[in-house]
Structures are given as structure tokens and as C-alpha cells.
Design a protein around this ligand. Structure first.
Ligand SMILES: C[S@@+](CC[C@H](N)C(=O)[O-])C[C@H]1O[C@@H](n2cnc3c(N)ncnc32)[C@H](O)[C@@H]1O
Length: 218
């Protein structure tokens, strides 16, 4: 995707190492030193242009947020929002989620947000879906005991697939809405894709799942 890898985007990201952390592996196990506190860390995978994570960070100063996005040309919009807001509890990473355990220690993350992840509808692309089993394994490596995934999408097929994938992995469903914008869920923060799809009249699906307690060794 040449369009998504424009050099100007990489240059802009490189100019703000205080916001888009250039070598995140150096902070593995000590992200709270970077934030300067022991607040819980929530990450969004596929943060896109950053509306959700920026608004979440503004609304919840006692939670540290990290937005993870693969494409520099998309992440620059999230960076612009962070520059404009100077939020001490938000940082961005220009990395691939498949490398998460290189950047975070076991139990370092409390919650993962997956918002409007690419559905990859073709069966042969199943392994690329961010709710595929191998990703659930990666998330488990970095999450706290009984860590959570909060997931929303407008794609019914992808939502149903993800519920099955979560269940087969042993995750416990703690919340589900089959029509988020017509539910009693309070405090929803819309993402860029959510605004676009709901304006078209698409229904939004949302769920929360948590990992079962980790095995304790005596
Ligand atoms: C459909 S967009 C949704 C963006 C945003 N969450 C929203 O709701 O507006 C999905 C985003 O996930 C990013 N993405 C997909 N796979 C990823 C991965 N393995 N690691 C990091 N980002 C990824 C894509 O580059 C894209 O920006």
C-alpha cells in the first residue's frame, strides 16, 4: 500500500518522539515510568486517526492510553490530535499488533480496545482478523489476569465470528449489545469509522469479554 506509506508521514512521526515512541521495546515492563505513575494502561489496536483514544484520554486522566497503528499516513492524524491536546496520559506507537509481546511485559496491559478492525471477510484471510485465535494468544501474553477486550464493529458477520472465536478461546462474555446506538450503554465515544457507518444507518455491535483467571502454580 504505497499510498499509506508516504515518507512525509514517517518524517512527521519521527519529529515527535515524545508522542510516537520510536523504540517501544525499550519500555517493555516499564511503561509506567514513561507515564510517571502507576495508573492502569489501556491500548487500542488499529487506532486509525485517533478520535476514540484521544477523547478517552481526555475523559479519563487516571488511565494511561496507548494507541497502536500500523500505517504512518493514518497515524499522523492521531498525532495531530495529540499535539493539539498535549495529553500526558496518551502515547502512540507506529507498530504491528502481531509484535505486541516485544513491547509489553506479561500483565502490563489492563484492557484492549478493538474498534472497527478490518473484517477480512475472505476465509483465506481469517488469520489476519484481530480477533483470530493467534491474536487472542498474543493479547493474553500482555494482559493482566482477567484482562479485558472491548470490541465494536458495524460488520455483523465479523461480530458473530468474533463472539465464536472469543468463546472457543475460553473468554467470558460480560457485555453485549446488538444495537449500541439504541441501547442504554452510557458514555460511548465514537470512532471515525463509527461516525461514518452509523451516519449511513448501519447498526453498531459491541461486546466486552474477559480472560479467565490465569493458572496459579503452587
Ligand atoms: C478499519 S480501520 C478502523 C480505525 C479506527 N479504529 C476507527 O474505528 O475509526 C482499522 C485500522 O486498524 C489498523 N490495523 C490493522 N491491522 C493492524 C495491526 N496488525 N496492527 C496495527 N494496526 C492495524 C489499520 O491500519 C486501520 O487504520
Amino acid at each position: 500500500m504505497r499510498l499509506r506509506n508516504k515518507p512525509w508521514a514517517k518524517e512527521k512521526i519521527a519529529a515527535y518522539p515524545q508522542y510516537v515512541i520510536p523504540h517501544p521495546e525499550e519500555y517493555k515492563g516499564r511503561w509506567n515510568e514513561l507515564f510517571g505513575n502507576d495508573h492502569p494502561i489501556h491500548i487500542e489496536i488499529g487506532t486509525g486517526k485517533g478520535k476514540f483514544i484521544t477523547e478517552m484520554a481526555k475523559a479519563n486522566p487516571n488511565i494511561n492510553y496507548i494507541g497502536i497503528e500500523l500505517y504512518p499516513s493514518v497515524l499522523v492524524s492521531a498525532l495531530d490530535k495529540l499535539i493539539a491536546n498535549e495529553l500526558p496520559n496518551l502515547r502512540l506507537l507506529n507498530v504491528n499488533a502481531k509484535d505486541l509481546p516485544n513491547f509489553f511485559a506479561e500483565g502490563e496491559i489492563e484492557r484492549i480496545y478493538l474498534n472497527f478492525s478490518d473484517p477480512w471477510p475472505k476465509k483465506r484471510h481469517e488469520k489476519r482478523r484481530l480477533t483470530y485465535r493467534s491474536f487472542l494468544e498474543l493479547y493474553e501474553k500482555v494482559l493482566v489476569d482477567e484482562g479485558e477486550i472491548h470490541f465494536k464493529t458495524d460488520n455483523q458477520g465479523f461480530f458473530e465470528y468474533s463472539l465464536v472465536s472469543f468463546s472457543q478461546y475460553g473468554l467470558v462474555l460480560t457485555y453485549v449489545s446488538l444495537d449500541l446506538h439504541n441501547s442504554d450503554f452510557e458514555g460511548n465515544i465514537m470512532t471515525e469509522y463509527e461516525e461514518k457507518f452509523s451516519a449511513k444507518g448501519n447498526r453498531i455491535y459491541r461486546c466486552e469479554v474477559k480472560y479467565p483467571p490465569k493458572q496459579r502454580h503452587s
